[in-house]
Design a protein around this ligand. Structure first.
Ligand code: IPE
Ligand code: IPE
Ligand code: MG
Length: 252
């Protein structure tokens, strides 16, 4: 168990006060299937087109001042899809990691995966470990990929580990609070997202970052993920800068 202070430094905080853009953007990359269907192609064609958009979006983060980018690639509910789509997606993830490893490492991107790895095949998990290992010394953009991720599953797994620590006496029940619980989440080293974007026109969060997004700003946009661009992300970041985040308080 590590603490949140692993990453956030005083200079980050000062930098944050000086600018108005989001520091952490999380994206529900939706609409690949409809994008492919509109072209009379199989859903996997859309997933391949969607995977290609990720590079441009990752690369524009430093310019936009986005230090953390979290992307939803596969949910705990996506196992309900056909076997053809699931195995196509799993092989796409393996290919994406192998193909992008060098470029991500060279661009100073630090990659992490969140979600339950137990249901993923060994070959994919090995590649995920390798990508995390290859980029662990990087301190540029922090890219987090949510793969077999579900917010409820994450909270349940966290609670299980927390209960184990209580049972062994490592943690006292009276010390369980809003500070301790998130230390058991997959995202324990990340700040909460400031801005959550969902593409494809659906206005729901589909089990993404439930705990972490309690006070996030949301953007539901019509663009299908394979059409999403760095330019659009820039527009959404600027629009975020005009929002008034009150966190329950009343402005002086
Ligand atoms: C998002 O696109 C990618 C994943 C969920 C894996 P979809 O595959 O959900 O595309 P639509 O929503 O059917 O268009
Ligand atoms: C959410 O999209 C999951 C990902 C983008 C990976 P879905 O397409 O699975 O969500 P629902 O089923 O429309 O809610
Ligand atoms: Mg969808």
């Amino acid at each position: 168990m590590s603490s949140k202070n692993d990453i956030g430094t005083d200079s980050d905080a000062t930098e944050e006060q000086e600018r108005s853009g989001p520091r952490h953007v999380a994206i529900i990359m939706d609409g690949n299937g409809r994008w492919a269907q509109a072209r009379g192609r199989p859903r996997l064609f859309g997933h391949h087109a969607g995977a290609k958009r990720v590079r441009e979006v990752v690369e524009c983060c430093p310019e936009l001042g986005v230090k953390y980018l979290t992307i939803f690639a596969f949910s705990t509910e996506n196992w309900k899809r056909t076997q053809v789509e699931i195995s196509g997606l799993m092989s796409l993830f393996r290919r994406y990691i192998s193909k992008e490893m060098k470029a991500l490492a060279a661009r100073n991107v630090r990659v992490r995966f969140i979600g339950d790895r137990l249901r993923l095949d060994d070959k994919l998990v090995r590649l995920m470990d390798e990508l995390e290992h290859e980029t662990e010394g990087n301190d540029g953009t922090h890219l987090t990929i949510a793969l077999n991720y579900g917010g409820r599953d994450e909270v349940a797994r966290a609670t299980k580990r927390l209960a184990e620590d209580v049972a062994t006496g490592l943690l006292a029940p009276e010390d369980v609070d809003e500070e301790t619980l998130p230390r058991y989440l997959d995202t324990h080293v990340l700040p909460d997202p400031d801005l959550v974007i969902r593409t494809s026109g659906e206005a729901r969060i589909s089990n993404f970052l439930l705990w972490q997004s309690a006070y996030a700003e949301y953007e539901f946009i019509d663009t299908l993920w394979p059409d999403f661009t760095a330019e659009e992300l820039g527009r959404l970041c600027r629009s975020y800068g005009t929002r008034d985040r009150r966190f329950g308080a009343v402005k002086k």
